[in-house]
Design a protein around this ligand. Sequence first.
Ligand code: G3I
Length: 375
Amino acid sequence: MKRIALFLGLALITLILSILFSFCFFSNKNDITSRASISPNNISLSTLQQSTQTLRRLAQPHNLIVGAAVLTDRLQTDRTYQRLLAQEFSGITPENAMKFKALQPERNRYTFEDADMLTAFAQNHRMQIHGHTLVWYRSLPDWLTETQWNSAQLESILRQHIKTVVGHFRGKVQSWDVVNEAIDEEGRSFRDNLWLRGLGSRYIELAFRWAHEADPDARLFYNDYNGELLNAKSNTIYQMVKRLKQKNVPIHGVGLQMHTSINNPPDYRALAANIQRLADLGLAVRITEMDVRTERRFSSKADRLARQAQIYRSVMSVCLQDENCEAFSTWGVADHLSWLRLMMDRNDEPLLFDKQYQPKPAYRSLVELLRSTPS
Ligand code: G3I
């Protein structure tokens, strides 16, 4: 009798302990952890689902990086986000943490903590970092935009910023969007911005040269939107990067942002042709910021998601067909964290995972494509 009681007691204790353990382990959504305890060492690949069907594993034989734009506050606080990211993606683009305003909020005061956390996470999970972005007309600090600088001052500010930032991340950030969105909306000339007004269009060339001096191993990209297909803007980008190549400016590729919508699917032949003409210049291409708006008013949810899946799949398919297309990145991880919701207040569902971090048809279409395409 005593033995039975002892046995039942032990069984009960084991049961309670395992319930407690499962609760701690799985109730991680929105788990708030301190910056110190978020040391990426806390999340090891061994704790992740060991599936062979993840995007990153399936993309590896194709030599393709599958990336996502990452929000540092999510990475610091949300274990499900961390796990999904490390499990599915082999690349990280900091959505905001490496912008000028984030890294140099006051003149000569650099704040690297958040971005360092990202690079540590990437290193611990064997992911690459695509740095975003060294020169842009937005997300600039007030100290920079609210003062009238002469040309020499502005040149010195930009040079110092690029050298300091690229130098800091040397060996940790494998590629950079050196210049972002420098062509105007009509796609025919340089965008009027602080850098153009102060330095003329040579700021673009200078930025690439300074970035290369600070890290000769980093791959350097020009990144823009609406220049993915064959149109006025992509022609202007093409002519610009051609000139840069002719002048031996160290540029390695062009980022095609690929913000798109089910109402306006890309012309895939034009995309392939644009990638090909850049390849002919010796330039790589990355799909850098893909998302596909489903414009909720349009048809049933199942239909919207199927159309979205088809667009993701077709763009990835073009990328897989050209070895010069070296990365495929989405602008965010899950629908509720998309810039379209957080910044534009649009009730859309543009990414591969839903708000519960569950894979959507778009995700499954990419898995299926990567699996069925010979490498
Ligand atoms: O972090 C602050 C928060 O403390 C504050 O309460 C809140 C109030 O507005 O603002 C928060 O910062 C915002 C930040 O996103 C984080 O959500 C900024 O105001 C907002 O400007 C910033 O927007 C980013 C935008 O670029 C401008 O930098 C978006 O997240 C980001 O997705 C978007 O990304 C751009 C790419 O860099 C370039 N290509 C287009 C793409 C989409 O616009």
